[in-house]
Design a protein around this ligand. Structure first.
Ligand code: KG4
Ligand code: ZN
Length: 341
Protein backbone atom coordinates (compact mmCIF):
# COMPACT_ATOMS: atom_id res chain seq x y z
CA UNK A 1 0.00 0.00 0.00
CA UNK A 2 1.22 3.55 -0.78
CA UNK A 3 2.23 5.67 2.17
CA UNK A 4 -0.05 8.69 2.78
CA UNK A 5 1.53 12.08 2.10
CA UNK A 6 1.10 15.49 3.69
CA UNK A 7 0.69 18.38 1.25
CA UNK A 8 0.97 22.09 1.97
CA UNK A 9 -0.71 24.20 -0.76
CA UNK A 10 -0.24 27.94 -1.30
CA UNK A 11 -2.33 30.25 -3.52
CA UNK A 12 -1.62 33.97 -4.07
CA UNK A 13 -2.52 34.61 -7.72
CA UNK A 14 -4.85 37.57 -7.12
CA UNK A 15 -6.30 39.09 -3.94
CA UNK A 16 -6.79 36.03 -1.71
CA UNK A 17 -3.95 34.66 0.40
CA UNK A 18 -4.78 30.97 0.85
CA UNK A 19 -3.07 27.97 2.44
CA UNK A 20 -4.38 24.41 2.77
CA UNK A 21 -3.07 21.26 4.44
CA UNK A 22 -3.98 17.92 2.88
CA UNK A 23 -3.47 14.25 3.63
CA UNK A 24 -3.41 12.76 0.13
CA UNK A 25 -6.63 14.09 -1.48
CA UNK A 26 -8.33 14.82 1.85
CA UNK A 27 -8.58 18.38 3.13
CA UNK A 28 -7.35 18.71 6.71
CA UNK A 29 -7.43 22.51 6.84
CA UNK A 30 -8.05 25.33 4.37
CA UNK A 31 -7.60 28.99 5.26
CA UNK A 32 -8.37 31.98 3.03
CA UNK A 33 -7.47 35.55 3.94
CA UNK A 34 -9.39 37.93 1.71
CA UNK A 35 -7.91 41.33 0.89
CA UNK A 36 -11.26 42.68 -0.33
CA UNK A 37 -11.36 45.56 2.11
CA UNK A 38 -7.97 46.81 0.93
CA UNK A 39 -9.05 46.90 -2.72
CA UNK A 40 -12.73 47.77 -2.49
CA UNK A 41 -12.13 51.50 -2.10
CA UNK A 42 -10.23 51.52 -5.41
CA UNK A 43 -13.03 49.74 -7.30
CA UNK A 44 -10.77 46.80 -8.27
CA UNK A 45 -7.62 44.91 -7.34
CA UNK A 46 -4.49 47.10 -7.10
CA UNK A 47 -1.59 44.76 -7.98
CA UNK A 48 1.01 46.51 -5.80
CA UNK A 49 -1.28 46.41 -2.75
CA UNK A 50 -2.09 42.74 -3.43
CA UNK A 51 1.61 41.76 -3.52
CA UNK A 52 2.42 43.59 -0.29
CA UNK A 53 -0.60 42.11 1.49
CA UNK A 54 0.32 38.58 0.44
CA UNK A 55 3.81 39.03 1.88
CA UNK A 56 2.38 40.33 5.15
CA UNK A 57 -0.42 37.73 5.42
CA UNK A 58 1.42 34.57 4.35
CA UNK A 59 3.14 33.69 7.67
CA UNK A 60 -0.10 34.10 9.64
CA UNK A 61 -2.28 32.24 7.14
CA UNK A 62 0.29 29.43 6.93
CA UNK A 63 0.47 29.11 10.72
CA UNK A 64 -3.30 29.06 11.04
CA UNK A 65 -3.58 26.29 8.44
CA UNK A 66 -0.83 24.24 10.14
CA UNK A 67 -2.35 24.67 13.61
CA UNK A 68 -5.85 23.73 12.40
CA UNK A 69 -4.42 20.63 10.71
CA UNK A 70 -2.14 19.84 13.67
CA UNK A 71 0.71 19.58 11.18
CA UNK A 72 4.30 20.55 11.83
CA UNK A 73 6.18 22.18 8.97
CA UNK A 74 8.84 19.47 9.26
CA UNK A 75 6.25 16.75 8.55
CA UNK A 76 5.20 18.14 5.15
CA UNK A 77 6.05 15.86 2.20
CA UNK A 78 5.21 18.26 -0.68
CA UNK A 79 4.61 21.97 -1.18
CA UNK A 80 2.29 22.96 -4.02
CA UNK A 81 2.02 26.55 -5.18
CA UNK A 82 0.31 28.51 -7.95
CA UNK A 83 2.85 29.96 -10.40
CA UNK A 84 0.42 31.33 -13.03
CA UNK A 85 -1.83 32.68 -14.38
CA UNK A 86 -2.45 35.76 -12.28
CA UNK A 87 -0.92 39.04 -11.17
CA UNK A 88 2.86 38.93 -11.54
CA UNK A 89 3.73 40.45 -8.14
CA UNK A 90 1.02 38.51 -6.31
CA UNK A 91 2.24 35.23 -7.80
CA UNK A 92 5.83 36.14 -6.94
CA UNK A 93 4.92 36.50 -3.27
CA UNK A 94 3.58 32.93 -3.07
CA UNK A 95 6.21 31.36 -5.32
CA UNK A 96 9.14 32.98 -3.47
CA UNK A 97 7.68 31.95 -0.12
CA UNK A 98 7.14 28.38 -1.34
CA UNK A 99 10.63 28.16 -2.82
CA UNK A 100 12.15 29.32 0.46
CA UNK A 101 10.17 26.69 2.39
CA UNK A 102 11.03 24.02 -0.14
CA UNK A 103 14.73 24.87 0.06
CA UNK A 104 14.80 25.10 3.84
CA UNK A 105 12.90 21.82 4.33
CA UNK A 106 14.46 20.06 1.34
CA UNK A 107 11.13 18.87 -0.02
CA UNK A 108 9.76 18.92 -3.59
CA UNK A 109 7.87 21.95 -4.85
CA UNK A 110 4.94 21.19 -7.17
CA UNK A 111 4.16 24.10 -9.54
CA UNK A 112 0.42 24.50 -10.14
CA UNK A 113 -1.50 26.12 -12.99
CA UNK A 114 -4.26 28.32 -11.50
CA UNK A 115 -6.88 27.51 -14.15
CA UNK A 116 -6.21 23.78 -13.86
CA UNK A 117 -6.59 24.23 -10.10
CA UNK A 118 -10.02 25.87 -10.55
CA UNK A 119 -11.05 22.81 -12.56
CA UNK A 120 -9.55 20.51 -9.89
CA UNK A 121 -11.85 22.11 -7.27
CA UNK A 122 -14.48 19.84 -8.80
CA UNK A 123 -12.54 16.71 -7.84
CA UNK A 124 -13.99 17.14 -4.33
CA UNK A 125 -17.35 16.00 -5.66
CA UNK A 126 -16.88 14.41 -9.08
CA UNK A 127 -14.41 12.72 -11.44
CA UNK A 128 -13.50 13.19 -15.12
CA UNK A 129 -14.32 12.85 -17.95
CA UNK A 130 -16.45 16.00 -18.12
CA UNK A 131 -16.94 19.24 -20.00
CA UNK A 132 -15.87 22.15 -17.81
CA UNK A 133 -17.09 25.71 -18.20
CA UNK A 134 -14.35 27.84 -16.64
CA UNK A 135 -15.73 31.25 -15.70
CA UNK A 136 -13.46 33.37 -13.52
CA UNK A 137 -12.27 36.96 -13.29
CA UNK A 138 -9.47 36.29 -15.77
CA UNK A 139 -10.66 33.32 -17.85
CA UNK A 140 -13.66 32.09 -19.74
CA UNK A 141 -13.18 28.77 -21.54
CA UNK A 142 -14.81 25.51 -22.36
CA UNK A 143 -12.45 22.69 -21.52
CA UNK A 144 -12.74 18.99 -22.21
CA UNK A 145 -11.29 17.23 -19.14
CA UNK A 146 -10.52 13.73 -20.34
CA UNK A 147 -8.77 12.61 -17.14
CA UNK A 148 -7.15 14.10 -14.02
CA UNK A 149 -4.14 15.10 -16.14
CA UNK A 150 -5.53 15.66 -19.63
CA UNK A 151 -7.19 19.01 -20.45
CA UNK A 152 -8.14 20.29 -23.90
CA UNK A 153 -9.39 23.85 -24.46
CA UNK A 154 -12.28 23.75 -26.93
CA UNK A 155 -13.24 27.42 -26.92
CA UNK A 156 -11.99 30.51 -25.14
CA UNK A 157 -13.15 34.10 -24.91
CA UNK A 158 -11.72 36.29 -27.61
CA UNK A 159 -11.74 39.34 -25.33
CA UNK A 160 -12.93 40.01 -21.75
CA UNK A 161 -13.52 37.21 -19.25
CA UNK A 162 -17.04 36.84 -17.86
CA UNK A 163 -16.10 37.86 -14.28
CA UNK A 164 -14.11 40.84 -15.56
CA UNK A 165 -17.22 41.99 -17.45
CA UNK A 166 -19.37 41.76 -14.26
CA UNK A 167 -16.69 43.74 -12.39
CA UNK A 168 -16.46 46.46 -15.06
CA UNK A 169 -20.23 46.94 -15.30
CA UNK A 170 -20.47 47.04 -11.48
CA UNK A 171 -17.76 49.67 -11.42
CA UNK A 172 -19.70 51.94 -13.81
CA UNK A 173 -22.81 51.37 -11.69
CA UNK A 174 -20.69 52.26 -8.62
CA UNK A 175 -21.65 49.00 -6.89
CA UNK A 176 -18.17 48.16 -5.55
CA UNK A 177 -15.77 45.26 -6.10
CA UNK A 178 -16.11 42.37 -6.86
CA UNK A 179 -19.06 43.10 -9.10
CA UNK A 180 -20.34 39.56 -9.65
CA UNK A 181 -22.02 38.84 -6.30
CA UNK A 182 -23.67 42.28 -6.05
CA UNK A 183 -24.91 42.25 -9.65
CA UNK A 184 -26.35 38.80 -8.94
CA UNK A 185 -28.22 40.16 -5.89
CA UNK A 186 -29.58 43.17 -7.79
CA UNK A 187 -30.50 41.01 -10.78
CA UNK A 188 -32.80 38.92 -8.58
CA UNK A 189 -34.88 42.05 -7.89
CA UNK A 190 -35.16 43.15 -11.52
CA UNK A 191 -36.75 42.10 -14.82
CA UNK A 192 -34.47 41.26 -17.75
CA UNK A 193 -36.37 43.27 -20.37
CA UNK A 194 -33.59 45.56 -21.66
CA UNK A 195 -32.11 44.43 -24.97
CA UNK A 196 -28.56 45.69 -25.04
CA UNK A 197 -28.07 44.12 -28.43
CA UNK A 198 -30.79 45.28 -30.75
CA UNK A 199 -29.91 43.04 -33.65
CA UNK A 200 -27.57 40.31 -32.51
CA UNK A 201 -28.94 37.10 -31.09
CA UNK A 202 -26.82 35.70 -28.23
CA UNK A 203 -27.30 32.17 -29.61
CA UNK A 204 -25.15 33.13 -32.58
CA UNK A 205 -22.46 34.85 -30.60
CA UNK A 206 -19.05 33.35 -29.88
CA UNK A 207 -17.56 33.38 -26.42
CA UNK A 208 -17.11 37.16 -26.28
CA UNK A 209 -18.08 39.72 -23.65
CA UNK A 210 -16.64 43.03 -24.76
CA UNK A 211 -19.66 43.77 -27.01
CA UNK A 212 -22.05 43.20 -24.11
CA UNK A 213 -19.82 45.19 -21.77
CA UNK A 214 -19.65 48.18 -24.12
CA UNK A 215 -23.37 48.08 -24.95
CA UNK A 216 -24.29 47.93 -21.24
CA UNK A 217 -21.91 50.72 -20.26
CA UNK A 218 -23.11 52.92 -23.16
CA UNK A 219 -26.71 52.31 -22.08
CA UNK A 220 -25.88 53.28 -18.48
CA UNK A 221 -23.99 56.42 -19.50
CA UNK A 222 -26.97 57.76 -21.44
CA UNK A 223 -29.20 57.70 -18.34
CA UNK A 224 -29.60 60.58 -15.92
CA UNK A 225 -29.24 59.85 -12.18
CA UNK A 226 -32.96 59.38 -11.59
CA UNK A 227 -33.50 56.96 -14.49
CA UNK A 228 -30.40 55.04 -13.51
CA UNK A 229 -31.71 54.55 -9.97
CA UNK A 230 -35.12 53.53 -11.31
CA UNK A 231 -33.62 51.03 -13.74
CA UNK A 232 -30.72 49.70 -11.63
CA UNK A 233 -32.23 46.27 -10.89
CA UNK A 234 -33.49 45.80 -14.45
CA UNK A 235 -30.07 46.72 -15.89
CA UNK A 236 -28.40 44.13 -13.63
CA UNK A 237 -31.04 41.50 -14.49
CA UNK A 238 -30.75 42.16 -18.24
CA UNK A 239 -26.96 42.25 -18.24
CA UNK A 240 -26.70 39.03 -16.17
CA UNK A 241 -29.21 37.20 -18.31
CA UNK A 242 -27.41 38.17 -21.53
CA UNK A 243 -23.98 37.20 -20.13
CA UNK A 244 -25.38 33.86 -18.93
CA UNK A 245 -27.10 33.26 -22.29
CA UNK A 246 -23.72 33.77 -24.00
CA UNK A 247 -21.91 31.10 -21.95
CA UNK A 248 -24.83 28.68 -21.89
CA UNK A 249 -25.38 28.83 -25.66
CA UNK A 250 -21.65 28.34 -26.27
CA UNK A 251 -21.58 25.39 -23.86
CA UNK A 252 -24.40 23.64 -25.70
CA UNK A 253 -22.82 24.44 -29.05
CA UNK A 254 -19.81 22.34 -27.91
CA UNK A 255 -22.08 19.62 -26.58
CA UNK A 256 -23.76 19.31 -29.96
CA UNK A 257 -20.34 18.38 -31.44
CA UNK A 258 -19.36 15.60 -29.00
CA UNK A 259 -20.76 13.08 -26.60
CA UNK A 260 -20.96 14.66 -23.14
CA UNK A 261 -22.81 13.32 -20.12
CA UNK A 262 -21.45 15.62 -17.43
CA UNK A 263 -20.90 19.39 -17.24
CA UNK A 264 -19.01 21.02 -14.38
CA UNK A 265 -18.48 24.68 -13.58
CA UNK A 266 -15.25 26.23 -12.31
CA UNK A 267 -14.02 29.69 -11.24
CA UNK A 268 -15.53 32.58 -9.31
CA UNK A 269 -18.55 33.16 -11.57
CA UNK A 270 -19.66 29.56 -11.05
CA UNK A 271 -20.94 30.79 -7.65
CA UNK A 272 -23.73 32.55 -9.61
CA UNK A 273 -27.02 30.76 -8.83
CA UNK A 274 -28.74 31.99 -11.99
CA UNK A 275 -25.92 30.55 -14.12
CA UNK A 276 -26.12 27.25 -12.23
CA UNK A 277 -29.90 27.11 -12.68
CA UNK A 278 -29.77 27.91 -16.40
CA UNK A 279 -27.07 25.30 -17.11
CA UNK A 280 -28.99 22.74 -15.03
CA UNK A 281 -32.27 23.50 -16.82
CA UNK A 282 -30.74 23.08 -20.28
CA UNK A 283 -28.79 19.99 -19.21
CA UNK A 284 -31.86 18.19 -17.91
CA UNK A 285 -33.43 18.48 -21.36
CA UNK A 286 -30.33 16.75 -22.75
CA UNK A 287 -29.95 14.12 -20.00
CA UNK A 288 -26.65 15.62 -18.89
CA UNK A 289 -25.66 15.86 -15.22
CA UNK A 290 -24.29 19.10 -13.75
CA UNK A 291 -21.80 19.52 -10.94
CA UNK A 292 -20.71 22.75 -9.26
CA UNK A 293 -17.93 22.97 -6.66
CA UNK A 294 -19.07 23.83 -3.11
CA UNK A 295 -19.38 27.64 -2.91
CA UNK A 296 -16.15 28.13 -0.88
CA UNK A 297 -14.18 26.39 -3.66
CA UNK A 298 -15.65 28.46 -6.54
CA UNK A 299 -13.51 31.51 -5.78
CA UNK A 300 -9.76 31.41 -5.08
CA UNK A 301 -8.63 28.97 -2.36
CA UNK A 302 -5.74 26.59 -1.70
CA UNK A 303 -7.83 23.41 -1.53
CA UNK A 304 -8.05 23.40 -5.32
CA UNK A 305 -4.24 23.82 -5.50
CA UNK A 306 -3.69 20.79 -3.24
CA UNK A 307 -6.18 18.70 -5.24
CA UNK A 308 -4.48 19.67 -8.50
CA UNK A 309 -1.10 18.70 -7.01
CA UNK A 310 -2.41 15.38 -5.75
CA UNK A 311 -4.02 14.30 -9.03
CA UNK A 312 -1.34 15.68 -11.35
CA UNK A 313 1.84 14.78 -9.53
CA UNK A 314 1.37 12.55 -6.50
CA UNK A 315 -1.18 9.99 -7.70
CA UNK A 316 0.62 9.37 -11.04
CA UNK A 317 3.97 9.51 -9.16
CA UNK A 318 5.36 12.35 -11.32
CA UNK A 319 7.43 13.94 -8.58
CA UNK A 320 10.15 16.49 -9.36
CA UNK A 321 13.42 16.21 -7.48
CA UNK A 322 13.56 18.41 -4.36
CA UNK A 323 15.75 21.08 -5.94
CA UNK A 324 14.39 20.82 -9.48
CA UNK A 325 12.04 23.77 -9.19
CA UNK A 326 14.17 26.16 -7.20
CA UNK A 327 14.59 28.21 -10.37
CA UNK A 328 10.82 28.22 -10.87
CA UNK A 329 9.52 31.55 -12.09
CA UNK A 330 6.00 32.91 -12.23
CA UNK A 331 4.09 33.13 -15.50
CA UNK A 332 1.30 35.69 -15.31
CA UNK A 333 -0.07 34.72 -18.74
CA UNK A 334 0.09 30.93 -18.25
CA UNK A 335 -2.34 29.15 -20.57
CA UNK A 336 -4.64 26.40 -19.39
CA UNK A 337 -2.83 23.69 -21.34
CA UNK A 338 0.64 24.68 -20.09
CA UNK A 339 2.24 22.82 -17.23
CA UNK A 340 5.84 22.13 -16.33
CA UNK A 341 5.69 18.37 -16.77
O1 KG4 B 1 -11.96 32.61 -9.72
P1 KG4 B 1 -11.89 33.93 -9.07
O2 KG4 B 1 -12.01 34.01 -7.57
O3 KG4 B 1 -10.57 34.66 -9.43
C1 KG4 B 1 -9.93 34.56 -10.68
O4 KG4 B 1 -9.17 33.58 -10.89
O5 KG4 B 1 -10.21 35.45 -11.52
O6 KG4 B 1 -13.04 34.80 -9.75
C2 KG4 B 1 -13.32 36.12 -9.36
C3 KG4 B 1 -14.44 36.62 -10.27
C4 KG4 B 1 -14.72 38.10 -10.09
O7 KG4 B 1 -14.75 38.69 -11.37
C5 KG4 B 1 -16.11 38.12 -9.44
O8 KG4 B 1 -16.88 39.26 -9.78
C6 KG4 B 1 -16.73 36.85 -10.00
O9 KG4 B 1 -15.67 35.92 -9.98
N1 KG4 B 1 -17.83 36.35 -9.15
C7 KG4 B 1 -19.11 36.29 -9.58
C8 KG4 B 1 -19.87 35.80 -8.48
N2 KG4 B 1 -19.00 35.57 -7.43
C9 KG4 B 1 -17.75 35.91 -7.87
N3 KG4 B 1 -19.68 36.61 -10.75
C10 KG4 B 1 -21.01 36.46 -10.87
N4 KG4 B 1 -21.81 36.02 -9.86
C11 KG4 B 1 -21.28 35.68 -8.66
N5 KG4 B 1 -22.07 35.25 -7.67
ZN1 ZN C 1 -9.05 32.21 -9.66
Amino acid sequence: MNKSVKILAIETSCDDTAVACFLDNIEISSVVHSQLEEHNKFGGVVPEIASRNHIMALPTVLNKALIEARYLLQEIDYIACTYGAGLQGALLAGVSYSKALSYALNIPLLPINHIQAHIAANFVTTAPPFLCLVVSGGHTSLVWVESYTKFETLNSTTDDAMGECFDKVARVLELGYPGGPIIEQYAQKGTPHIEFFKHAKTQNMGLSFSGLKTATINYIKKLDKESLTAQMYDICASFSKTAIDIVVSNTFKEISKRSVDKIVLAGGVSANKQLQQEITKQSRKNNISVSVPPLKYCTDNATMVALCAYYQYILPKRIPLPKQYLDLNVNSGLELSQSLL
